[in-house]
Design a protein around this ligand. Structure first.
Ligand code: UD1
Length: 310
């Protein structure tokens, strides 16, 4: 079992990835600056002797190089990021630093110190408003936010290192949901917002008619894709969608919540959000071919688990 360095380990996807790595017997060094991550997400991991957590900013020159030199990881799973599309619009310089500069430092540290693999948190946001569904990896890349642009640029930076002995996997996550996702802003993932509202006994708001669909994928599946890409022998470099290939509408989501919370008032319907897309759906074939990854948790099951989580 190898050493794996996880950036953004205290975040939503990072903490689940860390949990699965530890369960599989790996030694994990987690790095987080706690800007949007939370120590409480790692409560279980911190009880493991195989886990170490360092508070540091990976966009700061020298930080990653020192950690990689000390820990000698066979893989870096780079999940640290500015995760809010809205924030990337408000503060493009911060987006550049946290989403592009940090990636350059990951690539440089990996290359200089012989790290075998990098797994990177890319996003379906790199496709922008895709016209043909399901979205294939070869679809036009027309990101409509600085966030999506930074993820696309980062893929390029990382894939350049593959010629120099590093295997790179770029994971284009679709709509990830599950426990520990932060519902803090109105632009947080819709399921995290709905989960909080139902827990508080309050009606949710649906923008539009609720017939819009997304390719919602459980964080447990996403973490498993990360573990496979970082640890399984014989993986080749490339980028792939991490999605289910199934469309779920907001009405479908609300129906699951409503069944669990019969006392909560029905949703309020209001105007669609400007710029909102109606349908998004990924094609999952490439991740299956290149990683042997197939999403396993049905959305209704993962939603039920989220609702039951304390
Ligand atoms: C957005 C981001 C995407 C990010 C994802 C996080 C953009 C362009 N895209 O996409 O990069 O990965 O969030 O999950 O910003 N909705 C409601 N009620 C609410 C909240 C949302 O009806 O209280 C609706 C939205 O209008 C949208 C759907 O739910 O139609 C999904 O919203 P959201 O979870 O924000 O995801 P995306 O729009 O796919």
């Amino acid at each position: 079992m190898g050493n794996i360095l996880v950036t953004g380990a205290a975040g939503f996807i990072g903490s689940h990835t860390t949990d699965q790595l530890l369960a599989a017997g790996h030694e994990v060094l987690g790095v987080d600056n706690f800007r949007t991550g939370h120590r409480r997400n790692l409560n279980a991991a911190l009880r493991s002797a195989a886990f170490r957590l360092v508070e540091a900013d990976v966009a700061e020159p020298g930080v990653l190089a020192a950690l990689v030199a000390g820990f000698r990881p066979e893989a870096i799973i780079h999940l640290a990021a500015l995760v809010s599309v809205q924030e990337s619009i408000q503060d493009p310089a911060l987006n550049q630093r946290l989403n592009v500069r940090a990636t350059e430092l990951v690539a440089a540290a990996a290359e200089a110190q012989g790290v075998a693999r990098i797994v990177f948190a890319s996003s379906a946001a790199i496709y922008g408003d895709a016209t043909a569904l399901p979205i294939e990896e070869e679809a036009p890349k027309q990101p409509i936010s600085p966030y999506g642009e930074a993820k696309l640029v980062s893929e390029g930076i990382l894939l350049k290192t593959t010629g120099r002995g590093v295997t790179v996997r770029c994971h284009r996550y679709f709509n990830v949901f599950g426990p520990r996702q932060d519902p803090a802003s109105p632009y947080s993932g819709v399921i995290s917002i709905f989960d909080r509202r139902y827990r508080e006994g309050k009606a949710v708001t649906i923008y539009g008619d609720g017939q819009q669909t997304r390719d919602f994928i459980s964080v447990h599946d996403v973490a498993r894709a990360n573990v496979i890409a970082a640890t399984q022998p014989g993986i080749v470099s490339g980028a792939a969608n991490i999605c289910t290939g199934r469309a779920t509408s907001l009405r479908d989501i609300v129906a699951v919540f409503a069944a669990h919370y019969p006392a909560v008032s029905p949703p309020l319907y209001t105007e669609s959000r400007p710029g909102d897309i109606i349908h998004s759906l990924g094609k999952p074939a490439r991740a299956r071919e290149q990683l042997g990854f197939v999403a396993q948790v049905p959305v209704a099951v993962a939603l039920g688990e989220l609702i039951e989580t304390q």
